[in-house]
Design a protein around this ligand. Structure first.
Ligand code: CU
Length: 367
């Protein structure tokens, strides 16, 4: 508990420092020359795939130094940092910027701490829509291994089969395998028509819920098990390629009208939680057939064939996890001044700073 409080304090101090400097001034400091180029997994060479997997395995071996609850390794720290932000990073305006910074922090850790020289790859899920079970991503040698098996749905093969997560499902601190429960029906949410519908929106207020309730659900629901848990899903390394895909979609959408869309932000800071991740009015992670949820059009009934139903377990924040704070954004509307803090996983940034991937983050996508 004590170490956790220190983490919060560090986050708050970081917030103060970030807010002390005017946003515009900080942005101009960022001269992004030679951006990293993020590529789709299926376009990587075997050597590139292997080097990414090796770097992830390296993070899984590096001891945790943060004191974040339950962590043993650097990889665990990403999972826990995500868990601690779950409530204010989903079904809110910061959904896309938060995950952009989160994936960036992971990419930086691979590069700075594990000798990785590539960029964060993304999983172009549209290629595998309706057939995740056959995706090359699940290759046992040059991929992330296959489906889970048995009552615990533990993955059986691939480079990550022997990893023991220290957190999850939800906020629980307990050892378990990386599990999967692949659902090809759910993966249809990655289909081109769903993606196109989002890309054809013209405001962030339409684009973000379209993505969060649509394509976002493909990777989470299609891979299932841990990936379907909104708190602990980064315990499966596929998470990072899934969210990089969503980030790619956001960048593509922004590039259609950069003048307007590189500053287009909005949405609620808080408010749709408590029942969001389960329960009858839940938007869930987007069911086939359309987006839904409080304030979003369409309604979002879970598909009937998810074993055990759609409600992920253990979503009640335990007493030793403080409520995450909204910093720099006093109202309930998400603005560019909103501070994204990541419990020390990377430098805290305002949303303004991460709007353009060619700013302080300095990366682009291959297409
Ligand atoms: Cu998330």
């Amino acid at each position: 508990m004590v170490s956790f409080s220190i983490q919060v304090l560090v986050a708050l101090l970081g917030a103060g420092a970030a807010l002390a400097m005017p946003v515009e001034e900080k942005r101009q400091d960022a001269a992004c020359t030679g951006p990293l180029v993020r590529k789709a997994w299926h376009t990587l060479t075997d050597t590139e795939k292997k080097s990414y997997i090796d770097a992830e395995l390296c993070l899984m071996k590096k001891p945790s130094a943060s004191g974040l609850r339950g962590t043993r390794t650097r990889f665990d720290e990403f999972q826990v940092a995500h868990a601690l932000k779950t409530e204010i990073a989903h079904f809110v305006g910061q959904f896309l910027p938060f995950h952009r910074l989160f994936i960036f922090a992971h990419e930086q850790a691979l590069r700075k701490e594990c000798g990785y020289t590539g960029a964060q790859p993304y999983w172009e899920e549209g290629r595998d829509a309706g057939a995740f079970s056959k995706s090359i991503l699940l290759d046992p040698v040059l991929g992330f291994g296959g489906n889970g098996v048995g009552p615990n749905k533990c993955i059986q093969d691939g480079p990550f089969a022997n990893y023991t997560n220290s957190l999850g499902p939800g906020y629980l601190v307990q050892d378990h395998c990386i599990d999967r429960d692949i659902n090809d029906l759910f993966s249809t949410t990655a289909a081109a028509a769903t993606v196109e519908r989002c890309l054809n929106t013209t405001t962030y207020l339409d684009f973000w819920p379209c993505i969060e309730n649509g394509p976002h659900g493909a990777g989470h629901g299609g891979i299932g098990a841990q990936m379907l848990n909104p708190v602990s899903s980064p315990g499966d390394p596929i998470f990072f390629l899934h969210h990089a895909w969503l980030d790619w979609l956001w960048a593509k959408w922004q590039a259609k009208d950069p003048k307007a869309r590189l500053t287009d932000m909005g949405g609620n800071n808080k408010g749709v939680l408590g029942g969001v991740f389960g329960g009858p009015s839940s938007p869930g992670f987007g069911a086939p057939g359309g987006p839904g949820g409080p304030g979003f059009p369409g309604g979002g009934a879970p598909p009937p064939n998810i074993p055990g139903g759609f409600t992920p377990v253990n979503l009640t924040r335990p007493n030793d996890v403080p409520e995450p704070l909204v910093i720099g954004d006093p109202g309930n509307t998400t603005t560019l001044s909103h501070l994204l803090y990541l419990y020390g996983m990377t430098e805290n940034r305002t949303i303004a700073e991460v709007m353009d991937t060619k700013g302080v983050l300095c990366y682009v996508y291959d297409s």
